[in-house]
Design a protein. Sequence first.
Length: 353
Amino acid sequence: MNKLINVFTGLLILFSVLSASDQRIKTLGGNSLYWPEDDSNIEYFPQLMNNYNIAQISGIGGGSDSLYGKLIWGNNTKYGFSWYEAVNHDMLNFYMGTGSLGLRLGLLSSGADTSSSNRETSELGLSGSVGINNDDMDVGLHVSTYTSDDGTTTDQHERFRTDLYLRTAMDAWIFNNMAASFHYASSNDGFDDNVSPVTFDLTLMQGNLGFFNTIEISENATAILAISTSFTSSKNVDGEKDLNIEILHLPNFTFGVEGKINNWAKARIGINKNYMMTMKVNQPGGSTNSIRQGEDLKKAFGLGFNYGAFNLDLYVHEGLFTNPVQRIVGFESLEPGTGPSSSSVTATVTYTW
């Protein structure tokens, strides 16, 4: 059962949205949808690029596949480009926006003709995003497809994904905003090894609904509190026919606080607490296993520094706050080791104009 949970967790990572590794959001609960003013929202709602002129590098110091760059500029019409270290064969990631509309187009391509194997290999990925907003609502729609050909007669790898994001003002109990998303993905990656072929396509569907409120604690501190639920269904997990998993989370809590240390520095903390109401695993042969349990409390700490037009956001170890001297002078490591990522100290550098 633990193996199946690990496999399912891996699938969620596989189908996760490709977005900036923004260190500010990582340390404030991990969900950009709950911080509408943050530029990382451009990845969900492309129309929000119309609010920015920025040059940004994120994921610095985070190890391989974490670096991300973004450039957006313009007056009445905005243009932009982005680059991902994790995607070696990016040919183009282009943004354009005006008024309340935004568009993103992506192209991934590679090819090789090796005489030693007498085989041509290629891969092609296409993605498109469109967003629109008015005074009270943001909507973003994303679609992507990916195919690869290893030059053999076996079935080739194919992926398809679509994501829909919605955020709007809505009074509900103590909350005044609502954020929702829906995701669908299918893939046959790695399921056919030409020795013992398994060609049952993996499909994944997920829906998320959350309510959040921004709380002005004081003139120098802001907090968000969010409660959400999510449902995920996956078919033919790990390429096994009829190995299906369904999971319902209710409730999920997100809490983040950002406060000024002085005029040019801020401290941040974010926590997440999720409860898995049910997890059903239907294994081949008809057996069904059910799990209901809470999940570990996750926390993250960070710092933000402003140098005029430059901003530096850091994700750091909690010990920097509880035992600062030892870590500042170098006797103790700043490596986080816990929270949303186990990577070393990571940074985002942003220039705005």
